[in-house]
Design a protein around this ligand. Structure first.
Ligand SMILES: *[C@@H]1O[C@H](CO)[C@@H](O)[C@H](O)[C@H]1NC(C)=O
Length: 492
């Protein structure tokens, strides 16, 4: 601690304030494996990869992944080496509730997460727990999944089990990771459950995810917060969007409304409900299409009040910036699979000078991060922003991943600028990811890890990349240019 203070004073303008927290993240299906261990139930991801292997770029799956179901002690060692304040991981709903319902709690499933939490706390690492990172119990999908209005009750029932089990030891909860992926991409045939119901199923899902979040929030607020004083919110995936030319400015505002504000306005705005411009747009378009009512289902007044204010912080995941223009008639669209592309008839792109990555949807443009953070502040005021994911994908072959080091340094610099120049209140930062893992439809072809994982080895050997050493220095010193310190001590 003394050492960190010394480094920070030496380069004050590059330092995050005391109390700012650094961590790293993973998700259950992407790392755990043990897909059928003990009495774990089947998830929609198990079903998706087993029934449709061709939906995954390399026809791989998460049956074993990083084998963290068995190797969680190794993961804790990696976290210790990273000097992080916290570890964000997710709980597999069907591992704890094999039927999806609380009629039966798996002893082994409950013990697994209990051991992990105790192991983290024993090493001074705070657990940050996501309740839903996409692995819905298949029996609930068979009942309609996120399109069934009852699912918000089922989710709150599940949340109660988890708060009961771990609420005494976990203080930061994330109800949902990236509802846009759950609802837009899950109902655009690319992520589980792999249904095609854009603009209909996707909007039912959107509404029920928001209600499920709010019910889990209110439950904690009423029954657990008085005892434990923890904080609950959700985390939204937010790209930043720039008009391709000035003529695309108005369209870009609508893209922000559908992509960023659809999940923020109902929770974080003073009035609640859907973003008004978006609600009007979809109602009008639905009418033109001969629909008897808007495809975007309305909220009742009670629902608006339930959802509005259901947060203790604002979680966001950010990776990239996209340019926006109107798609030409008959143009193939869908450069990234999210609702706005079809609903608004836009095409998303990137400026030629932005470096590409291993992910089709992802180019590198650090200033977009500051612009996004300032936009969020302007829209929703001085809520504490917790960055829950940020990181770079590559092919994963190189342990010397200087582009990833540069990405972290340059994106963190934009966070600092947003805090110092624009007065944005950011409370924590999470690097995605602790290690290479199952990257959804890309399988193991694109890698986000601070640690390389050898997926050909039965022991799934983890090896620190240069970026792990850089990030360990940042987490220890809170100084983003500590990488130069590291470079000087390269033999570390
Ligand atoms: C678990 O799945 C593996 C394939 O990933 C299979 O070989 C094994 O037999 C299954 N175990 C049980 C208990 O079903």
């Amino acid at each position: 601690l003394v050492y960190s203070a010394v480094l920070c004073v030496a380069a004050a303008e590059r330092c995050f304030p005391d109390g700012f927290k650094f961590g790293t993240a993973t998700a259950s299906y992407q790392i755990e494996g043990g897909w059928n261990a003990s009495d774990k139930g089947e998830s929609i991801w198990d079903r998706f990869v087993h029934s449709r292997p061709e939906a995954i770029g390399d026809r791989s799956n998460g049956d074993v992944a990083c084998d963290s179901y068995h190797k969680w002690r190794d993961d804790i060692q990696l976290l210790e080496d990273l000097n992080v304040d916290f570890y964000r991981f997710s709980i597999s709903w069907p591992r704890v509730l094999p039927t999806g319902f609380p009629n039966r709690v798996s002893e082994d499933g409950a013990r697994y997460y209990g051991d992990l939490i105790d192991g983290l706390l024993g090493n001074g690492i705070e657990p940050v727990v996501t309740l839903y990172h996409w692995d819905l119990p298949q029996p609930l999908q068979d009942l309609g999944g996120w399109t069934n209005p009852l699912i918000s009750e089922w989710f709150a029932d599940y949340a109660r089990v988890i708060y009961d089990l771990y609420g005494d030891r976990v203080n930061t909860w994330v109800t949902f990771n990236e509802p846009t992926a759950i609802c837009d991409i899950g109902y655009n045939d690319a992520l589980a459950p792999g249904l095609e119901s854009e603009g209909r199923g996707s909007y039912l899902c959107t509404k029920h995810v928001l209600l499920a979040h709010a019910k889990a929030y209110r439950l904690y607020e009423k029954e657990f917060k008085p005892k434990y004083q923890g904080q609950v919110s959700l985390t939204n995936h937010m790209m930043w969007f720039e008009p391709e030319t000035e003529a695309d400015t108005e369209l870009t505002e609508l893209v922000k409304a559908i992509s960023i504000d659809r999940y923020c306005y109902p929770i974080f705005s003073a009035t609640g409900g859907w973003p008004p411009a978006l609600e009007r747009y979809i109602a009008q378009k639905s009418a033109e299409e001969g629909e008897p009512r808007s495809r975007l289902p309305p909220f009742t007044q009670e629902e608006i009040q339930l959802i509005r204010g259901s947060y203790d912080y604002l979680g966001l995941n950010h990776y990239t910036t996209r340019t926006v223009r109107r798609a030409a008639a008959g143009e193939e669209i869908g450069t990234y699979l999210f609702e706005g592309v079809k609903e608004l008839g836009v095409t998303l792109g990137a400026r030629p000078e932005w470096p590409t990555t291993m992910s089709t949807w992802f180019t590198v443009y650090p200033p977009g991060f500051r612009a996004l953070l300032s936009y969020v502040k302007q829209q929703y005021g001085d809520v504490g922003i917790f960055i829950m994911e940020n990181g770079l994908s590559d092919s994963g072959t190189d342990l010397d991943d200087q582009p990833r080091v540069d990405y972290y340094r340059d994106y963190l610099e934009q966070v600092l600028l947003a805090m110092e120049e624009d007065g944005v209140q950011v409370v924590g930062y999470t690097a995605w990811s602790l290690m290479d893992n199952f990257e959804w439809m890309d399988g193991y072809q694109s890698r986000f890890g601070l640690h390389h994982v050898d997926f050909t080895s039965p022991s799934r050997t983890r090896t620190a990349r240069r970026s792990a050493k850089y990030y360990a220095a940042v987490a220890r010193t809170k100084d983003i240019d500590a990488k130069y310190e590291f470079d000087k001590m390269a033999e570390l």
